[in-house]
Design a protein. Structure first.
Length: 454
């Protein structure tokens, strides 16, 4: 017999869940209400929908508590839509503090702060690595930490205290988490200041090694069976569509086991081919990525889904994973994509130069983008360069472009020289104004074009 599904309308945002999920926490407001079938009718607005005039965004974390039994706190940044104070008010209203009377909420809050600090350090390391920077320098002072990286700014008041008490544990955690990227941590305490040097293996060497090790592998994709059964997975109210064969291709996981033919009698669809799971709908995006690609995709930026929440869902859906391997593969994939996108951008720029029969272009690489330099003073060329400048402004608008070019411009240049060998392309880079910014000169010849033109 299928369970009773309930829709909670919290300030206009709707959450779908099972009544049994709520009653597993009987001392909370919702646990109490939905135990007494007569009591919860006063909130009934439409069929199985119940309205509560509360903070709909903060309720995301309340719902996580009912599903996992754990308080998974938000990452508070400038972009945060939910503050700790707002969440505490909602916890109080839904009587979750009282339900956790056997454990200290203040202790959990302190543990959560340390978890968030570790998570921010991990994100900081990844953000440098995907831009091909494998050396990170940090200085964390007892006072005056206003110049910290933006990811660590929320901890500027107590980062020093965390390091003072847990520096060795932090080192152990990061070395383990980034073991496949060979992280090394050197930390020194000088006069109320921690000086930290973090180094990792070369991103470029790791990518080249990865490509070489897979060069002999031939990837094949099974032909799509047009008669394959389509399945709708309703996860916490958000629907994902997939094929049954996609799920059973991972037979050792929860969904892979459920949708085996031998278990058909155990399935309880709620609407034809739709199946409801009372889990985190946002985190399920990454679960679905695993089923579709066979690879773990790891969140690389602070957002609605934290790493801890994703680990909870991976565990629930019985998907085996090793965090160090998942982070390594996901980080290297992002680094590869970043590199390839810049190479593709330069390929497009060169093709536009060919369109205007321009065989020489000089570029300044600065924080705010790439500037085309006119050092020939030709009126016709000036008009063409304005068009190329517009292209560069849109194609290379991100500050990461400068960082990546500063770290691996030689690799990018060699790639383009090989790609446009028929034009005899030359790539030259120099530092200007005492290394304040990079200057790249690209030149090539149209001789082959002229000679072979019929």
């Amino acid at each position: 017999m299928s369970e009773e599904k309930i829709i909670l309308n919290i300030g206009g945002i709707k959450y779908e869940t099972f009544r049994s999920t709520l009653t597993t926490q009987p001392e909370t407001l919702l646990g109490t209400i939905f135990q007494d079938r007569n009591e919860y009718f006063k909130y009934l607005v439409n069929g199985t929908e119940y309205f509560f005039d509360r903070n709909g965004k903060a309720f995301y974390y309340i719902m996580e508590f009912y599903r996992t039994g754990k308080l998974l706190w938000p990452i508070e940044t400038k972009e945060s839509q939910v503050t700790y104070q707002q969440l505490e008010e909602e916890l109080e209203y839904f009587q979750i503090n009282r339900a956790k009377k056997n454990s200290s909420l203040t202790l959990k809050t302190a543990i959560n702060t340390i978890d968030r600090f570790l998570s921010s350090l991990e994100q900081l390391i990844i953000s440098h690595y995907v831009n091909f920077n494998n050396g990170i320098f940090l200085e964390i002072q007892r006072n005056n930490n206003d110049q910290l990286d933006s990811r660590l700014i929320p901890f500027r008041e107590y980062a020093y205290d965390i390091l003072s008490n847990m520096e060795k544990q932090i080192e152990k955690h990061l070395v383990h988490t980034f073991s496949e990227l060979e992280l090394k941590w050197n930390c020194y305490n000088y006069n109320y200041s921690f000086v930290i040097n973090i180094t990792l293996s070369s991103p470029l060497e790791m990518l080249l090694k990865s490509e070489n090790s897979q060069a002999h592998i031939v990837f094949t994709q099974a032909p799509t069976n047009t008669s394959d059964e389509k399945i709708i997975l309703n996860v916490g109210g958000k629907k994902y569509e997939t094929f049954k064969s996609t799920l059973v291709a991972q037979p050792e996981t929860l969904l892979g086991t459920m949708f085996q033919d031998r278990n058909n009698c155990m399935l309880h669809p709620i609407n034809g081919n739709e199946y409801f799971f009372d889990r985190n709908s946002e985190a399920f995006y990454y679960i679905m990525e695993f089923y579709q690609t066979g690879k773990h995709t790891w969140p690389t930026e602070s957002g609605k889904v934290t790493w801890k929440q994703l680990e909870e869902e991976l565990d629930y859906f019985q998907i085996p994973f090793k965090k160090s391997t998942a982070i390594s593969s996901s980080t290297l994939k992002t680094a590869r994509d970043n590199c390839n996108n810049i190479i593709l951008g330069f390929e497009r720029l060169i093709l536009r130069c060919c369109y205007y029969l321009i065989n020489y272009i000089k570029l300044e690489i600065k924080n705010y983008g790439i500037r085309v330099i006119d050092d020939i003073n030709s009126n016709r060329r000036l008009n063409d360069l304005k068009i190329l400048q517009m292209f560069c402004s849109s194609e290379f608008e991100y500050p990461e472009t400068r960082i990546i070019l500063e770290n691996i411009e030689e690799h990018i240049g060699n790639n383009l020289v090989e790609r446009f060998s028929d034009l005899g392309l030359k790539w030259k880079s120099d530092r200007a104004n005492y290394e304040e910014y990079l200057v790249i000169t690209i030149s090539f010849s149209f001789e082959n074009v002229y000679e072979n033109f019929n």
